[in-house]
Design a binder for this molecule. Structure first.
Ligand SMILES: [Mg+2]
Length: 418
């Protein structure tokens, strides 16, 4: 699979919207924003970075493209496009619709927020898959077409068994649409099997059927479906129900991620650690691969608070966390345990490599400066690292804790290891 697109291209001959939009996008998501003031420039950027373009926001008309040529060009190259217009009437709507754009936005002081929201959704949703299960090729074709218009990657299955196989193979399916009457396993049986694999919070399931049995929609919901659509449906109703159900799953995922993060430092928290690490520890234990845990504690943290105020203490915590996150990206688990204490957990990394990385981090921290108001502060950290095999995670953490206190007793700003 290619990597996630990371460029948003903004095209307009006026700076009025482009400038605030560019800033707002970069504040919300980690993408590069390219600007083009002419069709020629937009074309050359699209050619150079075709794989990396997440989406294009373009004015409907430009001086060198007075009839919507930019949106045309993007449509031909299958680039998700949002079209800006000064006003909106039927003739503009026709122009936009003919150009296969995702949507149109009327320029106004509020439109920046609206556009950023849509770009964030496209960014979040990229790589999410939707599975369509139907034994009728005609029926699934229509659904697939409507889903592709929404820029989803679509998987197709002819029956329940194939659907379950595809779900096991594709962990990032965010929605499954299933027919009711199918040979072998019907839609209700399939939903019940699907729910053994994926919860409602992880994936939406929509039942789709043409039968006149009015009890069917209740049965689908009872089995664990998120929604039900009766055939024949209006295209728009289908698309909006799909989007609403996906939005629900995405919101839950955002809330879950939120509950796993420390508010001040944005590092993962203790809850994340004790949800995610025990299975990693158990797996490493069974495969006999190396495991290491380090406990880290900022030296004389109380003094920073007492001398420079709690604001300075918070700045120090954020500074240490940012450096930690940079030095120990995933799959390493890096969390703020509480107060001024942090934990780094790794599997599949040898003891010496892990000690070396922690030593580099310790030295980088010692040399770095914390900018707080007009002042430049600094701090150091003590580290206890345990990499000796233990039967339980608790024992490993306790050992790292004992080593941390040893590092403190030996004079701080150092690593103690077993
Ligand atoms: Mg059928």
């Amino acid at each position: 699979m290619t990597s996630k697109p990371d460029i948003v291209l903004l095209v307009d001959d006026s700076q009025l919207i482009l400038h605030p939009l560019s800033q707002a996008v970069q504040q919300r998501i980690n993408v590069r924003v390219d600007l083009a003031h002419t069709f020629e420039r937009a074309k050359s950027l699209l050619k150079d970075h075709s794989e990396r373009i997440l989406c294009v926001v373009t004015n409907l008309t430009l001086k060198d493209a007075p009839s919507g040529e930019v949106a045309d060009y993007c449509g031909q190259h299958d680039v998700p496009t949002l079209v800006l217009t000064a006003n909106y009437d039927d003739s503009v709507r026709q122009l936009v619709q003919q150009r296969k754009a995702l949507g149109y936005i009327v320029k106004s002081p509020q439109c920046v927020d609206q556009i950023v929201q849509l770009i964030v959704q496209i960014h979040q949703r990229h790589g999410s898959k939707v599975l369509v299960v139907d034994d009728s090729v005609v029926n699934s074709k229509l659904q697939v077409m409507l889903l592709k218009m929404l820029k989803f990657e679509v998987l197709e299955a002819n029956n329940g068994h194939e659907a379950l196989f595809l779900l096991r193979e594709n962990p990032n399916v965010i929605l499954t649409l299933t027919d009711y009457e199918m040979p072998g396993m019907n839609g209700l049986e399939l939903v019940s099997e699907i729910r053994k694999l994926r919860s409602k919070e992880e994936m939406a399931v929509i039942g789709v059927s043409a039968t006149d049995n009015r009890a069917l929609s209740a049965q689908f919901l009872k089995m664990g479906a998120s929604d039900y659509i009766k055939k024949p449906f209006l295209d728009e109703e289908f698309q909006w129900r799909v989007l609403r159900n996906i939005e629900f799953v995405e919101q839950i995922q955002i809330i879950r991620d939120f509950s796993y993060r420390d508010y001040l430092t944005k590092l993962h928290n203790r809850r994340f650690f004790f949800d995610k690490v025990p299975p990693l520890f158990a797996e490493a234990l069974s495969r006999k691969t190396p495991v290491g845990a380090a406990m880290l504690d900022i030296d004389h943290f109380k003094q920073i608070n007492d001398t420079h105020g709690h604001d300075a203490g918070d700045a120090a915590l954020r500074h240490v966390s940012a450096l930690l996150a940079e030095c120990f990206p995933p799959p390493t688990v890096t969390v703020r345990f509480g107060g001024e204490e942090f934990c780094v957990f790794q599997t599949e990394t040898g003891a010496e490599t892990m000690a070396g990385r922690l030593e580099t981090f310790r030295r980088d921290l010692e040399k770095s400066l914390i900018h707080h108001h007009q002042k430049k502060l600094s701090c150091t950290i003590s580290i206890g690292l345990s990499t000796q095999p233990q039967k339980t995670l608790d024992q490993l953490l306790r050992k790292a804790d004992i080593l941390l206190y040893q590092a403190k007793h030996e004079g701080r700003n150092r690593i103690a290891k077993d």
